[in-house]
Design a protein around this ligand. Structure first.
Ligand code: CP
Length: 308
């Protein structure tokens, strides 16, 4: 049977996505029901780039389902260091595991790997392109804490050029009704033109602003902060100039609306001050927890395991 992969957040229809998010919500409430569903199954985490949340939450997800994990956490610790292609590596890992999550610095690498794979491959982040499982995490967090997607005003702030989580989230939220985006970035870190063109083609309202101030925040239901992606800059000087462009601190939160939930895919660097971590609107650590539930639901879905 041809395995089903996850490369983009749009690989699932809205109906499939609803089922997956409902399953993740049920996993949060009834973890025991799911504790043995993957006994005898293995996930391979193939990480050619650093990660804390994505890799460990995939591993935690499989362990919570009763399965096992294997993998590598850097290109240097795999035979990529000897020149092996992602296709060959994936074909071989297909012999050792039932499902794989791959992160790679090159855009499209997980897709290339999936073409030779005998098992489902999940894109766990490819360069500055997409990060679909972060998007599933973000959607579950929004659904759990806001209760709906339709009608939301979403601010995305920071490195909108290289931030793959932003590209994936915009694409996913664009499928809902009456969504409006406020894109907050320095001129040099605006969203790529293909994202802008896609929003225009779908008649989705958006504005691009530079300042993160009271006026910008006034209508926001969600403020999605992102770090400046140091690893994607061509020179250190540009990164240093940009890295502290936005700092969300208590003074800013004091003038932000009560409804404005703060999300961040993490890791944060300086863009959110630790002084707001206990603000009830700050939900980025809850978001990281939701990532485990949604990855459990994803593993079950791609492996075709029925939940009684
Ligand atoms: N959000 C996210 O992708 O974090 P990691 O890079 O730690 O996996």
């Amino acid at each position: 049977m041809t395995p089903r992969h996850l490369m983009s957040p749009l690989d699932f229809s809205i109906e499939e996505l609803d089922r997956l998010l409902d399953m993740a919500a049920d996993i949060e409430k009834n973890p025991d029901k799911y504790a043995h569903l993957c006994e005898g199954k293995r996930i391979a985490t193939m990480f050619y780039e650093p990660s804390t949340r994505t890799r460990l939450s995939f591993e935690a997800a499989m362990m919570n389902l009763g399965g096992k994990v294997l993998g590598f956490h850097s290109a240097d610790s795999s035979s990529a260091a000897k020149g092996e292609s992602v296709s060959d590596t994936m074909r071989v890992v297909s012999c050792y595991a039932d499902i794989a999550a791959m992160r790679h610095p090159k855009e499209g690498a997980p897709l290339v790997a999936s073409l030779r794979s005998l098992i489902p491959v999940i894109n766990a982040g490819d360069g500055g392109h997409q990060h679909p499982t972060q998007t599933l995490t973000d959607l579950l967090t929004i659904k759990a804490l806001k209760g709906h997607f339709d009608g939301l005003v979403i601010g995305l702030c920071g490195d909108l050029k290289f931030g793959r989580t932003v590209h994936s989230l915009i694409e996913a939220l664009s499928r809902y009704n009456d969504i409006r985006f406020v894109l907050i970035s320095p001129e040099e870190l605006r969203v790529p033109s293909y994202v802008r063109e896609s929003l225009r083609a779908k008649n989705i309202p958006f504005e691009e602003v530079v300042r993160l101030d009271e006026e910008t925040m006034a209508d926001l239901d969600i403020l999605y902060m992102t770090r400046v992606q140091k690893e994607r800059f061509f020179n250190e000087e540009d990164y240093v100039r940009m890295k502290d462009f936005y700092i969300l601190d208590k003074a800013k939160m004091d003038v932000a609306p009560d409804k404005m939930m703060i999300l961040h895919p993490l890791p944060r660097v300086n863009e959110i001050s630790v002084e707001i971590d206990d603000d009830p609107r700050a939900q980025y650590f809850a978001q990281a927890q939701y990532g485990v539930y949604v990855r459990m639901a994803l593993i079950l879905t791609l492996l075709g395991i029925e939940v009684a």
